[in-house]
Ligand binder design. Structure first.
Ligand code: CUA
Length: 356
């Protein structure tokens, strides 16, 4: 057997390669690589992936077959210390192994470019959604839908959407795996994603760029709904923003404060039962009133001053077991002085209430 294989190495390698290639292609096509397809770009991208797999398997198998076959068929006999035949090169072989990969890679590049060009094509009258990344939360606003702002993304099915992605601080990456598309949020740039949601459902928005200590928790949700539900959601968001404003104007500071807490994204990092947030990236705020009393006194600050300073200048007083530099330092600029007061009062108020 071994003698036959040594005499006809090409035949042996070809046999081994074709059997393994067939098996390999069946396996890669049978694997369920991706989550459900929720945008019109997803089928094209998944097909591109399948084509890449079908093109890669034979190359991988051929290289492995030649290597394994050679190790087996041409291994030295025990006690044989002689050198192999001197080989200088093989021009024909070299031309072949440069030409074939060149043609394959070029063809795949052209195919990839055609798919990308199609996915990124300009849309007529898209829904514009501004996406802002910040350590460690996403914010969304709908400039053409009455300036609605939200920490949850809601999209109508079957409508073109253009995401304009920005960041307040470092690099992030806006990604919804079910949509298959993602783009970096780059300081000083607006990057874009165009797509059309094609499946009703709830999916995750994740950050796909290591952006700091809370990177893995930088998640939000996207809900794809019917156009009617979308309009209803926009209307209710507009209403609640009006209510929030009216609450502040009408003296309902607690409601206004709670709205500021979620709208600003505090809920992404801090636990606060009243606002139904449960993240532990930053100190929990359910006992803030008592803590602000103690720690404020230690730092010769009133509880109000202590909380206000902690929002404006997060590095001023570091709570034990938490690190400096995690909380963004620009909330003092994002919030107006009145909003800051409302937020401080709200936080001290809800955390100071008698707990049942
Ligand atoms: Cu933002 Cu990772």
């Amino acid at each position: 057997m071994r003698r036959l294989l040594r005499r006809r190495p090409a035949l042996g390698m070809a046999l081994l390669s074709s059997v393994s290639t067939a098996v390999g292609i069946v396996i890669v096509l049978a694997i369920d690589w991706f989550p459900v397809q929720a945008s019109t770009a997803a089928p094209q991208i998944d097909t591109l992936w399948d084509v890449l797999m079908i093109a890669s398997v034979p190359v991988f198998v051929l290289v492995m077959a030649v290597a394994l076959y050679s190790v087996f068929a041409f291994r030295a006999q025990p006690g044989d210390l002689s050198d192999g035949e001197p080989i200088h090169g093989n021009t024909r072989l070299e031309v072949i192994w440069v030409t074939i990969p060149f043609i394959m890679v070029s063809a795949l590049a052209v195919y990839g470019w055609i798919v990308l060009d199609d996915i990124e094509a300009k849309q007529t009258d898209p829904l514009i959604v501004n996406v802002t990344g910040q350590q460690f939360a996403w914010r969304f606003d709908y400039p053409d839908e009455g300036e609605v702002k939200s920490t949850q993304l809601v999209l109508p099915k079957d409508r073109d959407v253009e995401f304009r992605v920005n960041t307040d601080d470092v690099l992030h990456d806006f990604w919804v795996p079910e949509f298959r598309l993602k783009t970096d949020a780059v300081p000083g740039l607006t990057t874009k994603i165009r797509l059309k949601p094609s499946r009703i459902g709830e999916y995750d928005v994740v950050c796909a760029e290591l952006c700091g200590i809370g990177h893995s928790t930088m998640r939000s949700g996207v809900r794809v709904v019917t156009p009617e539900d979308f309009d209803a959601w926009i209307a209710s968001e507009q209403q609640s923003e009006t209510d929030g404003g009216a609450a502040a104007a009408g003296g309902d500071e607690a409601a206004a404060g709670k709205q500021l807490f979620t709208e600003t994204g505090c809920n992404a990092c801090h636990t606060l039962a009243d606002a139904e947030s449960a993240s532990a990236i930053g100190p929990g705020l359910d006992d803030l009133a008592a803590n602000a009393e103690t720690r404020g006194t230690q730092n010769e600050q009133s509880p109000e001053e202590y909380v206000k300073t902690s929002i404006e200048d997060p590095g001023a007083f570091i709570v034990p077991d938490f690190n400096d530099g995690v909380m963004p330092g620009d909330y003092g600029e994002q919030l107006s002085p009145e909003e800051l007061d409302t937020l401080v009062k709200y936080l001290l108020g809800v955390s100071g209430e008698e707990k049942p």
